[in-house]
Ligand binder design. Structure first.
Ligand code: ADP
Length: 237
């Protein structure tokens, strides 16, 4: 299976080939063609390092319409770091495409800079829930035409107390949007959120993630407890 087989457009194939992507990861093989060729929602049980961001990011870039100047894709993530990471990845994937604007907004940073960024409407917005609500209340984001909504690390978002914010945000998006929910674990709260927010989703399960991805080397060294920290520091150095 290649990325071309999955149905992505040439400009995306070009940029990911430059990034060294050769074969799709299991979650990408499942999610990409599904997003491109079907229209129901997706629940993905997947941890980081499985290629999850590219699994939803590549099709969303493929589906974005540059000429339509409104927020088409919205991604919610629990932390500033994850927002920046998602936006950075998406920008890399769309580097060979005409003007797809991707903006990240998150708490913990001067809001003025983000307000300025929003002066030109993004096609894809990546956001932490709290900051997005703030911007929404200031009338700076219009979510009324969102076609694709991604909830990333849903379990973490609930752990951080974002349930009300998520509910509030989703109520500002169209009923007929497509919703994707990704989570590393599926506790009751996440299941309930998925049941409430998604319509007949297909479920995608990616192996536990305990095995390392191709990009990560793993080592195990057996050591007495009291020597563990010292050795770890030495190893990291
Ligand atoms: P996750 O969201 O599961 O943490 P990402 O999609 O961000 O994973 O992928 C992790 C890293 O691996 C990123 O740097 C990404 O560019 C790279 N990557 C993702 N998919 C592939 C692939 N199929 N081939 C090579 N590299 C990939």
């Amino acid at each position: 299976m290649t990325f071309k087989d999955l149905g992505l457009k040439e400009s995306i194939l070009e940029s990911i080939s430059k990034l060294g992507f050769e074969t799709p990861s299991p979650i990408q093989e499942q999610v990409i063609p599904y997003l491109l060729n079907n229209d129901s929602d997706i629940v993905g049980l997947a941890q980081t390092g499985t290629g999850k961001t590219a699994a939803f990011g590549l099709p969303l870039i493929h589906l974005a319409e540059p000429k339509e100047k409104y927020i088409q894709g919205l991604m919610l993530a629990p932390t500033r770091e994850l927002c920046v990471q998602i936006a950075t990845e998406l920008k890399r994937y769309s580097s060979m495409m005409e003007d797809i604007r991707i903006v990240a907004v998150y708490g913990g940073e001067d809001i003025r800079k983000q307000l300025k960024e929003l002066d030109r409407t993004p096609h894809i917005l990546v956001a932490t829930p709290g900051r997005l609500i703030d911007l929404k209340e200031r009338g700076k984001v219009d979510l009324s035409k969102v076609k694709y909504l991604v909830l990333d690390e849903a379990d973490e978002m609930l752990n951080m107390g974002f349930l009300d914010d998520i509910t509030n945000i989703l109520s500002s998006t169209p009923e007929d949007r497509r919703t994707l929910l990704f989570s590393a674990t599926m506790p009751k709260g996440v299941k309930a959120l998925a049941d409430k927010m998604l319509k007949n989703p297909i479920e995608v399960l990616v192996s536990s993630g305990l095995e390392s991805t191709e990009n990560v080397k793993q080592y195990a060294i057996f050591v007495e407890e009291e020597k563990k920290f010292g050795l770890l520091t030495k190893f990291l150095e």
